[in-house]
Write a protein that binds this ligand. Sequence first.
Ligand code: PLP
Length: 398
Amino acid sequence: MKINEHFLQLKDSYLFATVGRKTTEYKNAHPDRKVIRLSIGDVTRPLAPIVVRAMQRAVEDMGRKETFKGYGPDQYCYGYDVLIDSIKGSYARKGVTLSSDEVFISDGAKSDLGNILDLFSADNTVLIPDPVYPVYVDTNVMAGRRILFADATEENGFLPMPQEGVKADIIYLCSPNNPTGAAYSKEQLRAWVDYANRNDAVILYDAAYEYFVQDEYLARSIYQVEGAEQCAIEFCSYSKTAGFTGVRCGYTIVPTALKRGGASLKRMWARRQSTKFNGVSYITQMGASVVFSEEGEREIAENIGYYRRNAAVIASCLDELGIWYTGGKNSPYIWMKCPDGMQSWAFFDRLLEEANVVGTPGSGFGKNGEGYFRLTAFGTHEDTQEACRRISAMLRRG
Ligand code: PLP
């Protein structure tokens, strides 16, 4: 037998392991010091009460013969109508009309971002921004696809735009972005949509952080741009929107109008999902189905607001220090330039040792991340404020 040798090409991911190891070593050596993590990439606020109640009701349903549920409904790849309708409602408020069979319920954006590649030939060329959420690169390395990188740099505000000479078949865009926090405007996305349609390419649009967008000119969905339904698949998640990282639920939009090679990608995806996936639990779907209700949106807005205030604290600290950064306003991530031209890991060490604050070195997200550093807004207010005081004091000391 032969293994998939493309796996041997994967680079080991040392980033979070090394951050964890260095932090533990420092804490063990200095048990008296309080180390604050501004590196948390996971949510920390609890589920909204309305979600908890909906899940409790669903548990009760499962315990009664009359209301017990087995596999989900076949019709929409095991997604319940009530959930699909609520997602359609959320899109309608963004000015996007969807039909029920364009909405696919998933156990989170990560699985679908990887699984969608089943639809495409391994011969395709992929265009991925650098720096980037590592899943896009690794899933394509596993399939042996040729990867081109779109440089995200300070010059383009970490929002690379299409380049006419570059020919790619599959394009990844993530907005608001992890790790940079930068978010595309509708105008900028229009350029990508036009480029993809001209080049017969498909955009895989990761909107996992769209609920953090506040500014009207920024896109909350790629389908807010005309023509996107002919070239884009959108991946969304309840993880950061509603604190579902441990519950697991997301949704992927594959428009009816999206065709390539004479085939409907929606039909192919439905076929793929009904063959390899058996749906998301009823309890989870019922919890998710109330997130976009009026009360649900009000409650999740409180949690998102909490993270936003943290982001604002970090952003204003960097503003005062005159440090360049992206993100912070429409994103839980702040991507700062390391002061004095420091390398990412050197700044990590300095911050840990002198301020007892942990962040994530930008170089771990791609070569263009060197010299940058990611801070996140997922901690507590108190810790975020204290961390900013320490960062400020450290940098003013010089
Ligand atoms: N996409 C991006 C850009 C992310 O940062 C994450 C999680 O951190 C995901 C997708 C994964 O989301 P989910 O929890 O829905 O799998």
